[in-house]
Design a protein around this ligand. Structure first.
Ligand code: DGJ
Length: 744
């Protein structure tokens, strides 16, 4: 039944990598039928067992280049209740043959058969770092091509699957994962990110117990409620080393992220035999992809990596990978311009004179980019009207956008504009003309949220309309940046233009069209930069980040709340993309009053922006902000491209928090520290820095604040890391920051 791998043809290719150094990615094959990928400090291996199934063999710290990995052998039956098939950890399991764990692929055939058992057919190297494995059902013409690609620097492995129907009849794909990952039986702690609007990026941690924990979005897009990222560490939750929990900087961590901006699901299960399986891909809820004869469905990428330096090490690997491999300008995306955004200052009340006045003030503090937010188009006075009508509102901008853009340029900034391309207000010319263009089920209500409905981007005509208006906007105006917003999730996801049995393709085609539009715009306008915003952090994932340069993590700009939001965000994503605005005090959400310095330092932990109403600022505010924007420009590259250490977490009502970023060359470190509210005279915890060169000398420079008496001005990396320093930082909502510069 099974076709054997043609080893003679493949061996020369594989063995040529056998003795390459460990930092270079390698694919090694051990006859018969063991595949091994090495990159960074990790090894991943799988093999073909005696039944012909592709079986996971190893995922973890690097093995020796000459080490032999034992051949794959299926696990035995456990009494008569758990078959060998369900016990054996497959790389990509079909639902069939008595599988009770989560399947990667579940298929319904035209004749009613729903049994799918995938066996190995052949393997092909696909470049030095990549491998393709072909699987096939034991009798039906359903093929699955698994793709593996290992990043040499980080050891992050990109996996995906392509499902092909070579049957004579259509088949229905009921459940399709991108990849499955397996860890051997042990006690593990699962970390994942959850939230809600204005409260994104909460790091949840819990022991993995028997059964399944599902993290998902059923919303049509990534969602605020959970993010497609996970980390699994050895369960050391009771151990605390100084201010840093044991799994932050120590211990083994396996992590992953799904590159998909539609409905997604990651299932983490501890199986009946105590191993841990992760399955992630399209969310099977309401899913059903009809695959006609000859058609293929490509899954998103599911990345996985390994760190032996705890969660901190895992996030540093991910940050590096995102900068070097994922972002549009990888491997060297430039630090983000410091922006001014008008939203919190003016909301929908934008006009030429008001925006020009704000632009002058923004330029005076050293802002690089002026962004006009919502309200400039159609009949947009509030959120009841205008979405879909992408012409410049003639009452607000009688001469179009050009005078404002010219003014912004004359002030030495570039210009950015807000759009929300996938939405329509029923009160718009577009909806009056094309009421059928929205997601809906005929004859059923069309639920509005924020008075808007989702355009069905899966339709070709809608896709063409959206791309055409954006192309026109960018062609006719000198726009450097688009803030691409998306302010609701789906309801009634009908697509009545296609046959009933193809309508659920909407979950895939909508997102594919979104990506295609972004790719086309970037090709036609190569200098454009784009932010992914979805009412804050509702669309942040490694899929959209291939096409967007930055994201808006949250509409919550309260600087104290932001400490936790930013802390959670950095577990999965680099500070380079983490836009952080300084806004007004008291804050509109929590009513909290904070100093401008505190607000500035909170935002300077990411990519700095200003979103305050500058019309209300005093001369002292302008002077303070101007100084800190200049300081930020000087150290920004370290903050956004360096190695991040979360020295003290703001989570769990901590009264303190601190982060440190060290430049990749270890020439500079930038440290931020915050107190929430000191009590009973407790001092700020000892700050023992990390990641410095132990033998280099570093000079301390204050950005804001001071240390306790006796702190040296120049000391070795060892001193700053081992002895450490104590800040003189007390009170409510106080902040300090300093830099260490390596001495020649
Ligand atoms: C939601 C975004 O997150 C805000 O920053 C702002 O752009 C509004 N939408 C505008 O409607």
């Amino acid at each position: 039944m099974r076709t054997h791998l043609k080893w003679p043809a493949l061996l020369p290719v594989f063995t040529s990598f056998l003795f390459t150094c460990l930092s270079a990615p390698t694919i090694m094959a051990q006859a018969p039928e063991v595949f091994r990928l090495d990159g960074g400090r990790s090894t991943y291996a799988f093999g073909v067992n005696e039944r012909g199934e592709l079986q996971t063999l190893y995922w973890g710290a690097s093995l020796g280049p000459r080490d032999k990995i034992p051949l794959a052998h299926s696990l035995p039956e456990w009494a008569s209740f758990d078959s060998s098939y369900t016990n054996t950890p497959q790389e990509y399991s079909g639902w069939g043959g008595g599988l009770f764990t989560e399947p990667a692929l579940k298929v319904a055939f035209a004749d009613g058969n729903r049994d799918l058992v995938l066996h190995f057919v052949d393997a092909n190297p696909n470049g030095p770092q990549s491998l393709e494995i072909l699987l096939k059902d034991i009798s039906r013409e359903v093929y699955v091509r698994l793709r593996y690609s290992m990043d040499s620097e980080t050891g992050i492995l990109a996996r995906s699957a392509s499902i092909e129907n070579r049957e004579k009849q259509p088949i229905l794909l009921e459940q399709v994962a991108a990849a499955q990952w397996t860890l051997p039986p042990a006690r593990y702690l699962l970390s994942y990110l959850t939230g809600r609007w204005a409260g994104e990026w909460t790091l949840d941690q819990e022991p993995i117990h028997a059964g399944a924990r599902v993290i998902e979005s059923r919303r049509g897009s990534t969602g605020h409620q959970a993010n497609p990222w996970f980390a699994i560490s050895r369960d050391s939750s009771q151990e605390v080393v100084g201010p840093i929990t044991a799994d932050e900087e120590y211990g083994e961590v396996w992590f992953g992220a799904l590159a998909w901006s539609g409905s997604w699901r990651i299932t983490v299960e501890q199986t009946q035999l105590d191993s841990v399986r992760l399955t992630g891909g399209f969310n099977p809820f309401d899913f059903g992809y009809k695959l006609n004869p000859g058609e293929r469905l490509e899954t998103p990428l599911f990345y996985g990596g390994y760190s032996d330096h705890g969660l901190g090490g895992a996030s540093r690997l991910l940050h590096h990978f995102e900068l070097a491999q994922v972002l549009p300008h990888a491997p060297a995306p430039r630090p983000r311009p410091v922006i001014y955004n008008s939203w919190e200052a003016t909301e929908f009340k934008v006009d030429e004179a008001g925006q020009m006045a704000l632009a002058e003030k923004a330029a005076s503090i050293g802002v690089d980019r002026f962004v006009m937010d919502d309200g400039w188009f159609g009949q947009r006075k509030d959120d009841h009207a205008g979405l879909g009508d992408w012409y410049v509102n003639p009452a607000k901008f009688p001469h179009g956008l050009k005078p404002l853009i010219d003014k912004v340029h004359a002030l030495g900034m570039d210009f950015g504009l807000w759009v929300e391309p996938e939405m329509v207000n029923p009160d718009s010319d577009l909806y009056r003309k094309h009421p059928d263009w929205v997601l809906h089920f005929p004859g059923r209500p069309r639920s509005e949220q924020r008075n808007q409905i989702v355009l069905n981007l899966a339709r070709n005509d809608v896709r063409d309309y959206v791309e055409a208006f954006l192309d026109k906007l960018l062609t006719e105006n000198d726009i450097a940046f688009l803030k691409w917003d998306y302010n609701r999730n789906w309801s009634e996801p009908g697509w009545d233009q296609v046959p009933a049995d193809e309508q659920r393709r909407v979950y895939v085609e909508f997102v594919r069209h979104l990506y295609a539009i972004l790719a086309d715009l970037r090709r036609k306008h190569p200098t454009i930069e784009i932010e992914s915003c979805s009412g804050g952090g509702g669309r942040v994932d490694l899929g959209i980040l291939r096409f967007t340069d930055e994201v808006w993590p949250s509409d919550n700009t309260d600087p104290f709340d932001r400490l936790t939001i930013q802390d959670g965000f950095t577990y999965a994503y680099t500070p380079q993309i983490m836009m952080a605005w300084v806004t007004d005090s008291p804050h509109w959400l929590d009513g909290r009053t904070t100093s401008l310095t505190y607000r500035m330092l909170s935002s300077m932990q990411g990519s700095l922006g200003i979103g305050a109403n500058l019309n209300r600022w005093t001369a002292a505010d302008f002077a303070a902000a101007k100084r800190l924007v200049a300081v930020y420009h000087a150290v920004q590259a370290t903050i956004v491209h360096g190695n991040l250490y979360r020295l003290i977490s703001p989570r769990n009502n901590s009264p303190f928090s601190s982060t440190e970023t060290v430049s990749p060359e270890e020439n500079q470190a930038v440290v931020f520290a915050f107190t929430h509210s000191t009590q009973e005279g407790r001092r700020f915890p000892l700050l023992q820095l990390q990641g410095l060169n132990p033998d280099a000398q570093y000079k301390l420079g204050w950005i804001e604040g001071k240390a306790e008496a006796g702190t040296p001005e120049v000391a070795s990396g060892r001193w700053w890391m081992n002895h450490g320093l104590r800040l003189d930082l007390r009170g409510d909502f106080q902040a300090a920051a300093f830099r260490l510069d390596r001495q020649p």
